[in-house]
Design a binder for this molecule. Structure first.
Ligand SMILES: NC(=O)c1ccc[n+]([C@@H]2O[C@H](COP(=O)([O-])OP(=O)(O)OC[C@H]3O[C@@H](n4cnc5c(N)ncnc54)[C@H](O)[C@@H]3O)[C@@H](O)[C@H]2O)c1
Length: 364
């Protein structure tokens, strides 16, 4: 049995702890008591996650409150919409939820982003707790307070920075996560190695078999290291003002365009950013920032994780159009986060057409 780990996110009055370990759902009452204690709880989950874990979470929280309701939405990226948000706010009014209610997000990144935004908007902001259940949500999206929904034209276009009160990561829930979603989560793990932790990258390269076998010790270690990386970045630049937080967007400018152009759900987020990182590394190569050795090593790790590195050709113009609509465009400038070596990236403002063409060629 692996020892539970804790990562602190020190953000003054918005500070919180991330708990990582096995069997933590059973301990939710103790872990969440300081934030719930007799308050009304609204658990938001999706159909699939709810079918596995909602009764367990409900019963664990009964020890700290007798007042709770659960709201379940369809699974998948299409639920990350203003329509679903509006529907949840309506349902919360009917319950009734109030300014002291606490939202508990039980699910993957879709539920975390959606429920976090629902909490951020309801009664001008109510507390929320993250119980991430997909690998992607456990290593990345549940930490850092970015919440929001998609518009049909652009990913994550409407949202808010709203930090959770705590994050409880029970690694046991990964048992029921399907292989494709597990691999998609690995894309974000590999991203942390690429952007800021070369030792993590090497560890993933040398442990891929154990990782794909979901051995608890390596999975706990990876989640802890990624959460620590994210906590460090978020502590330095909570609302993406200094630019530091933007390093998390490596692979995301092209990745988000792929998601929008092919239709949300066609490529999983992790798959889209895997292709995006391969393409953006080619852009860096065209700009003389990295060499073939870097690009080959990066591509090899995505392939060994069973992630896609290309998508069908013919959508280049649509991808460029989608990129210019991306919310990372500021004052008309499209910034890319590009690698300089394993473990380091730099921001590059509006790379030339040739570099963008090289990236899009690498996509197909
Ligand atoms: N807020 C952030 O900082 C941030 C960062 C990265 C990604 N994201 C967002 O996260 C979303 C992607 O998250 P995701 O990949 O977790 O998608 P998701 O929430 O759709 O989960 C993927 C699928 O796995 C299922 N699932 C989740 N946990 C399960 C479990 N334990 N057992 C069985 N099935 C389970 C879900 O029902 C769903 O079908 C995207 O919308 C992306 O934009 C947000």
């Amino acid at each position: 049995m692996t020892q539970p780990q804790t990562v602190d996110v020190p953000l003054e009055d918005r500070s919180y702890k991330i708990h990582i370990g096995s069997g933590l759902i059973e301990q939710l009452g103790t872990l969440c008591a300081p934030f719930i204690a007799d308050r009304h709880v609204v658990i938001i989950s999706d159909e699939k996650v709810a079918s596995h874990y909602l009764p367990k979470v409900e019963s664990a929280l009964e020890s700290v409150t007798s007042r709770g309701n659960s709201l379940v939405v369809d699974e998948g990226e299409t639920s990350k919409s203003l329509d679903t948000c509006y529907q949840l706010w309506q349902e919360m009014i009917e319950l009734p939820a109030d300014r002291k209610s606490v939202v508990v997000a039980l699910g993957g990144g879709v539920i975390g982003d959606l429920a976090g935004f629902v909490a951020a908007g309801f009664a001008r902001g109510i507390d929320f707790i993250q119980i991430p259940t997909s690998l992607l949500a456990q290593v990345d999206s549940s930490v850092g307070g970015k919440t929001g929904v998609n518009l049909p034209q652009a990913k994550n276009m409407v949202g808010a920075f709203w930090q959770p009160k705590t994050v409880v990561i029970d690694i046991d829930v990964l048992e029921t996560l399907d292989d494709r979603n597990f691999r998609a989560g690995l894309a974000e793990v590999i991203k942390y190695g690429l952007i800021m932790d070369d030792a993590l990258f090497t560890r993933i390269e040398s442990s891929m078999e154990a990782i794909l076998n979901r051995e608890p010790a390596i999975i706990t270690e990876l989640i802890q290291r990624c959460c620590q990386c994210k906590a460090d970045v978020v502590t330095e630049d909570e609302t993406e003002t200094s630019g530091r937080r933007a390093i998390l967007n490596y692979g995301h400018t092209i990745g988000h365009a792929i998601e929008a152009v092919y239709g949300y759900g066609e490529y999983l987020h992790g798959e889209a950013i895997s292709i995006g990182m391969v393409a953006e590394a080619e852009m860096a190569k065209a700009l003389g920032m990295v060499d073939d050795v870097f690009c080959d090593r990066q591509k090899a790790i995505f392939e060994s994780a069973g992630l896609p590195t290309t998508c069908p050709a013919g959508k280049e113009e649509a991808l460029i159009e989608a990129m210019t609509r991306d919310k990372k465009v500021a004052s008309g400038k499209l910034n890319f986060i590009l690698p300089t070596k394993i473990g380091d990236v730099e921001s590059v403002a509006t790379p030339g057409g040739e570099a963008i063409a090289a990236a899009l060629k690498a996509c197909s």
